[in-house]
Design a protein around this ligand. Structure first.
Ligand code: SF4
Length: 445
């Protein structure tokens, strides 16, 4: 989501005459787009603007913009903490950037973090060149998991208008992108509860909320069908799913639609029922398992990936071991792992007496990673000898002179293939010759 926001910022700034530079010392304006999901990333953001503050001492006209989730959280305190910052830009004010830049160019210092949806019009996007285009379809979250900062930084769920999304998809395809990834904190919520916001669907008089003008119900499955109907060879992915919100209608689209890929990212967070309850997740282990089994029984070669937290407040050794067991039993193909990081304002951060000691968290994270590696390798081995379609993303000449192309299968497996030609953006058929922990080796067929 942050990458996608940054592409939008670049686009809007180019539109008002700025160009991109990789050299901070030569820039007229420096922007940091921050993430607050963990304390470490927040600390890094403050340390980075400290460095920029020093540049500004010898270049007083330099403008510094502090954007993203940490900005949304910190608000005007950031101006006090970092007096060299000119603009604090919250996550929901992104589209206001050009106007705000004009204000800071006149010497004003501005904080813009109001949580009111901003009318999104035809925005410019300057995408990072490549194969995959990230396209946000909704933003925010209503779930309030007790460890998570996102509902406080990204606000409540809001869906983008389908016509804006479809126009963006068509533009990305016309620019040569071959894979569209639809983004949202909870993509299953697309189309729900948004009619009262400016950024939601425009409901014509007499029309029921959530229906388009033809009377179709607007949801993720509907959107996937609209995008799949666009002509041309390309792939469609979506992230992230909330386990209990995944509908059969969405699973059907993965089975039926040729462009929608066989891949689900479904964060589980813990394999222990008590911890899941304390996390305010709306499922237990058995329910999550049922969902995975159901998807696997219906979608051939599906990849299911997940997220896990080690050392949530109060987590006992036994409860942690339930997470290890779950990872293995569910045969998860890959998991993002992290140790618990308390985030201000969240419910769990207040349970200081229950905090798991740092050394225990570090040990649990290491064991979680070990299990993750074993699961990944087991998952990759399933594809040995198989022929798979790979969309090539990279071409590399290695130090020893070997030339290698790298890409992904439909089910999101990374494949390295020896090849003399730069085939970036091409769909090729590959036979899998070797399975490594994080990737597969293949040969052209
Ligand atoms: S569903 Fe995801 S984004 Fe929403 S509060 Fe929970 S962890 Fe955070």
């Amino acid at each position: 989501m942050n990458k996608s926001d940054a592409e939008r910022m670049y686009g809007m700034l180019e539109h008002i005459g700025y160009t991109q530079t990789d050299e901070p010392k030569e820039a007229d304006m420096l922007i940091i787009n921050t993430c607050s999901i963990r304390q470490l990333s927040e600390d890094k953001a403050y340390s980075q603007i400290g460095v920029w503050g020093k540049i500004k001492k010898s270049k007083p006209d330099l403008k510094i913009v502090f954007a993203g989730c940490v900005a949304q959280q910190g608000g005007k305190n950031i101006l006090k903490r970092a007096p060299y910052v000119d603009l604090v830009l919250g996550t929901q004010r992104l589209y206001e950037l050009p106007n705000l830049v004009k204000r800071i160019e006149t010497g004003e210092r501005v904080v813009s973090i109001e949580e009111k949806p901003f009318e999104e019009s035809e925005i410019q996007i300057n995408r990072v060149k490549g194969v995959n285009a990230w396209i946000p379809i909704m933003e925010g979250c209503n779930n309030f998991c007790t460890y998570c900062i996102v509902p406080y930084t990204r606000g409540r769920e809001r869906s983008r208008k389908p016509e804006l999304i479809l126009a963006e998809v068509k533009k990305a395809l016309s620019e040569g992108f071959k894979e569209i990834t639809l983004l949202g904190q909870n993509v299953d919520s697309y189309g729900k509860g948004v009619n009262e916001t400016q950024n939601g669907f425009e409901i014509s008089e007499g029309k029921e909320f959530g229906k388009d003008l033809q009377g179709n119900t607007i949801n993720l499955a509907w959107l996937l069908r609209q995008i799949n109907a666009i002509e041309g060879k390309f792939r469609i992915r979506f992230v992230t799913n909330y386990p209990t919100d995944i509908t059969d209608e969405v699973i059907d689209t993965v089975i039926e639609l040729d462009k929608v890929c066989e891949y689900f990212h479904i964060p589980m967070q813990s394999g222990d029922d008590y911890i899941l309850k304390k996390m305010n997740r709306r499922y237990d282990y058995a329910t999550y398992k049922k969902i995975c089994d159901h998807i696997r029984s219906r979608v051939k070669d599906v990849t299911i990936t997940s997220d896990f937290i080690a050392g949530f407040p109060g987590e006992t050794e036994e409860q942690f071991e339930n997470t290890l067991k779950a990872m293995t039993e569910l045969e998860l193909d890959y998991s993002n792992t992290a140790s618990y990081s308390p985030r201000e304002k969240t419910v769990a951060a207040k349970w200081v007496d229950l905090y798991v000691p740092e050394d225990v968290k570090t040990d649990r994270l290491a064991r979680l990673n070990e299990h993750n590696r074993a699961c990944c390798l087991a998952s990759n081995k399933k594809y040995l000898g198989r022929e798979m379609e790979v969309l090539i993303e990279n071409f590399e000449v290695r130090k020893n002179g070997d030339k290698v192309i790298t890409g992904r299968t439909r089910n999101n497996k990374i494949v390295h293939i020896p090849c003399n030609r730069d085939l970036r953006g091409k769909f090729i058929n590959v036979r899998i010759t070797n399975a490594r922990t994080w990737y597969l080796n293949g040969e052209l067929v």
